[in-house]
Ligand binder design. Sequence first.
Ligand SMILES: NC(=O)c1ccc[n+]([C@@H]2O[C@H](COP(=O)([O-])OP(=O)(O)OC[C@H]3O[C@@H](n4cnc5c(N)ncnc54)[C@H](OP(=O)(O)O)[C@@H]3O)[C@@H](O)[C@H]2O)c1
Length: 251
Amino acid sequence: MKSEQYAGKAAVVTGASAGIGEGIALELARRGADVILVARRSELLGQLARRIESEGGRATPVPCDVTDEASIKALVRQVRQQFGKIHLLVNNAGKELAKPLQVTKSQDVRELLEVNVVAVAEVTRRFLALLSKGSAVVNLASAAGITGAAGLSAYAASKGAVIALTKSLAKELAGRGIRVNSVAPAMVRTEMAERMLGKLTPEQAAELEAAHPLGFGTPADVASGVAFLGSDEAAWITGHTLVIDGGFLSA
Ligand SMILES: NC(=O)c1ccc[n+]([C@@H]2O[C@H](COP(=O)([O-])OP(=O)(O)OC[C@H]3O[C@@H](n4cnc5c(N)ncnc54)[C@H](OP(=O)(O)O)[C@@H]3O)[C@@H](O)[C@H]2O)c1
């Protein structure tokens, strides 16, 4: 079903080539947005754009590495030329680091923070000129960033930083009428989740799934929360972290 909630509005989704980002892009397109698909794997972006167009939506793939300054600048330039302003920026691109701290190298932590934190700040900063009153930013945090998680300390720290960044930017940008929120999913079945689950024994994986009263989530479960926070229906919500977790944190 196609709604017109985002009709005439452009939305940038980073990490749109797979998993949750792909789900967010599909949901926004189904709600009428012009979606700008951002990630490094251009073939996957092209496939998703064709799928969105086959459903009657509009999508523009823009290959970009969000850790590369020149790549971000080229992305923002293209979006400015093609769309002028954007209504929504979704900072979804991210990576995991599933290792106990004692076997984690500092270089691994730096590379993780570069994608999960520095790129969120940098992509947002570069898009500020294209955001105006009524527009929104939604960042992908994680339940791990709220509770912490054994074996995921650096990842949890990076997502805790996303929550703090979200709250701070919400205060900084409120005067311009720009809202900034985040979502904090628990385990959602994606390539990333499969890599993390692959490090567990079958018993540990079953235990983790049982800790989610509604089971593991899907990208679509997260996408509807992101679409809500980015829409005018959330006009008085900023600085918030929406937990989307199948009951994980309350279990
Ligand atoms: N899955 C979960 O259980 C879960 C739970 C909580 C939070 N999250 C968060 O949700 C977000 C999406 O996770 P996911 O599970 O969908 O992960 P995923 O399946 O591994 O997909 C990650 C996406 O990020 C993109 N990406 C990574 N590095 C990039 C870079 N340097 N430049 C541009 N794009 C980059 C990847 O595209 P390319 O490889 O094509 O560049 C891909 O599209 C992440 O921020 C993650 O931390 C996930």
